[in-house]
Design a protein around this ligand. Structure first.
Ligand code: HEM
Length: 235
């Protein structure tokens, strides 16, 4: 006989399903996008390489490898059982994640400068680097001060930006499917729109999630406390 489902178990199942979807898509994109940059052959690159820039392909490799690792580590860090039962592993993975983001960011600045995708997508990449590093620094400073809840919120924001690597490729795929119908749609415009959409949609979803899951319960609790009648020990 199966246990009756309650709102709490339903919520837990939904949370696991979402986590599973996030983890599988992160591993899938890392497994698909990173290997062309492990061969050492610039002809394998999925984006055009500037033949006049000697380090262009190398910068993509130095970016993609740690980027892929950060993408895979991220979902593990949000697992409460792992965080509670293996705090040292959580800290170790956190440090590896941080180093990966720092290296991938540095290489991304170089890669963005020589991207042949155009000015608009270059600006999107630069802003993504700034947001990636800023949210990482905030998360790090919060945990150094022992502010666990704030650390969690800043890490949600940071991983949301890491996850732009997944949504960018999903939108690109959708754009390429659209191009089969609207054949005059230029690839550069699909690339640009996908890049910007991957950042904006991810940020909005993360803020919605943070408000619903963290800030709204806090606000409700505070409102209930303020509305409760004050009792005195003398009465
Ligand atoms: C979130 C911050 C990130 C920024 C700012 C960023 C930036 C960039 C830039 C500028 C390029 C060159 C694109 C071009 O030449 O048009 C690039 C390519 C690439 N990035 Fe990222 N990236 C980020 C995250 C990631 C992550 C987490 C991964 C993990 C898989 C990743 C994997 C790649 C790969 C594989 C390429 C080569 C292009 C391709 O084959 O699709 N990036 N990235």
């Amino acid at each position: 006989m199966t246990a009756p489902s309650t709102p709490k178990t339903n919520r837990r199942n939904r949370r696991w399903a979402l986590w599973g979807l996030m983890a599988i898509s992160a591993i899938g994109i890392a497994a698909y996008a990173v290997p062309p940059y492990l061969s050492g052959n610039s002809a394998d690159s999925n984006v055009p390489i500037d033949p006049d820039v000697a380090l262009h392909y190398l910068s993509l490799a130095v970016h993609a490898l740690p980027g892929g690792l950060a993408l895979i580590i991220g979902p593990l860090q949000f697992l409460t059982p792992l965080r509670v039962r293996r705090p040292r592993l959580h800290r170790l993975l956190g440090r590896i994640y941080m180093i990966c983001v720092l290296i991938a960011s540095g290489a991304a600045v170089f890669a963005a400068t020589f991207s042949l995708g155009g000015f608009s997508i270059q600006i999107a990449f630069y802003l993504l680097v700034v947001g990636w590093l800023y949210t990482l620094a905030k998360a790090y400073l919060c945990i150094r001060r022992g502010e666990v809840q704030l650390h969690r919120i800043w890490m949600i924001r940071n991983y949301t930006l890491t996850f732009a690597a997944v949504t960018l490729r999903v939108y690109l795929l959708l754009g390429l499917m659209l191009k089969q119908t609207y054949t005059s749609l230029p690839f550069d415009e699909i690339y640009n729109a996908s890049g910007w959409a991957s950042i904006l949609v991810n940020v909005v979803v993360a803020e919605y999630f943070i408000i619903q899951r963290t800030l709204a319960p806090l606000a409700r609790r505070r409102q209930r406390r303020e509305a409760a009648p004050v009792t005195t020990s003398a009465s």
